[in-house]
Design a protein around this ligand. Structure first.
Ligand code: ACO
Length: 272
């Protein structure tokens, strides 16, 4: 695998910098694998994690088509670093106490910056896959929800814990959750902060595939290979269509299909 220093359109982020934050990023041809790499803290996330994720997205090499997000150790991610709830907070990053004292504009900016780490995973030019084992709690669940696809181990435990801690889920997870399971089930899952296991996750559409834990890497590799077997530009255009479909009427979507197909067919057959 290539060095983790990325070289896309914006500033690169070094492997050393990522390691300090508890992340790794390896690019192997058309696949980038981002690893939450703080297993001793169950891959708890901080504001630095989210800024780094955003920078990874901005600096991905152009050839990357599949982005895999995985967690080292027994858990995908135990959510936000609980030190945020303490007066001391996370060294260099403050605490919820400091965030609470921000004025409206600064608060808005801080949360928007955190959300940038999650939003890019929906980009049409990539397919993002969350490989999830063990706990995916709060920010961990939302990170998995931000991906296009979720491949989960049989021991997966999704939990939207924020309401139990007095917070709302604000890391862009509420929309995919509602889009996938519907408003009523989303209310029930979030407001009870209960755990959703593998069988239920599969039944609800929160997981595309459930496999034994030891088979998770191979299952993700197989899925990535299948995704890479399709035409790159057609895949991008199709994802753009599918992502936009829920917000459009049938007529609008049909028009969007025509527009995308015009581009495709002209690109494929212009010279023949
Ligand atoms: N933040 C900081 N440290 C954490 C976190 C976290 N979110 N989760 C676990 N750790 C640390 C533990 O303190 C422990 O450290 P220690 O070895 O120094 O005692 C270590 O990681 C291992 O954790 P255990 O609890 O011993 O591991 P276990 O596998 O038994 O349990 C579990 C895992 C269920 C994830 C548990 O750690 C847990 O409940 N964590 C907190 C989950 C949480 O409430 N997250 C916030 C959600 S809300 C949001 O994300 C916005």
């Amino acid at each position: 695998m290539a060095d983790a220093t990325l070289g896309g359109s914006t500033e690169a982020i070094s492997a050393t910098e990522l390691a300090e934050i508890g992340l790794r990023c390896e690019v192997d041809g058309e696949i980038a694998t981002i690893t939450l790499d703080r297993p001793e803290r169950r891959n708890a996330q901080t504001f630095a994690t989210w800024s780094a994720l955003a920078r990874i997205g901005e600096s991905l090499p152009g050839q990357v088509r599949v982005v895999v997000i995985r967690g080292e150790g027994p858990s995908f991610s135990a959510g936000i670093d609980l030190r945020m709830f303490t007066p001391e907070g996370v060294p260099g990053q403050g605490s919820f106490g400091t965030v609470a004292r921000l004025d409206d504009a600064a608060f808005e900016q801080a949360v928007a910056e955190a959300q940038r780490g999650f939003l890019w995973l929906r980009r049409p030019d990539i397919v993002s896959i969350a490989a999830v084992q063990g706990h995916a709690i709060g920010a961990g669940f939302q990170l998995a929800l931000s991906c296009d696809l979720r491949v989960v181990a049989e021991d997966v435990k999704f939990c939207m814990k924020e309401p139990a801690l007095g917070l709302v889920p604000d890391l862009t997870g509420t929309k995919p959750l509602v889009d996938i399971v519907g408003v009523s089930r989303a209310i029930e899952i979030c407001l009870t902060a209960r755990t959703v296991g593998a069988e239920e996750a599969y039944r609800l559409g929160l997981a595309e595939l459930v496999v034994p834990g030891e088979e998770l890497p191979a299952a993700v590799r197989d899925l990535a290979a299948a995704l890479l077997a399709t035409n790159r530009d057609a895949a991008t255009a199709t994802k753009r269509l599918l992502r936009a479909a829920p917000g459009r009427t049938l007529e609008e979507q049909a028009a969007a299909e025509r527009a995308e197909q015009a581009l495709r067919i002209r690109a494929l057959f212009a010279s023949s």
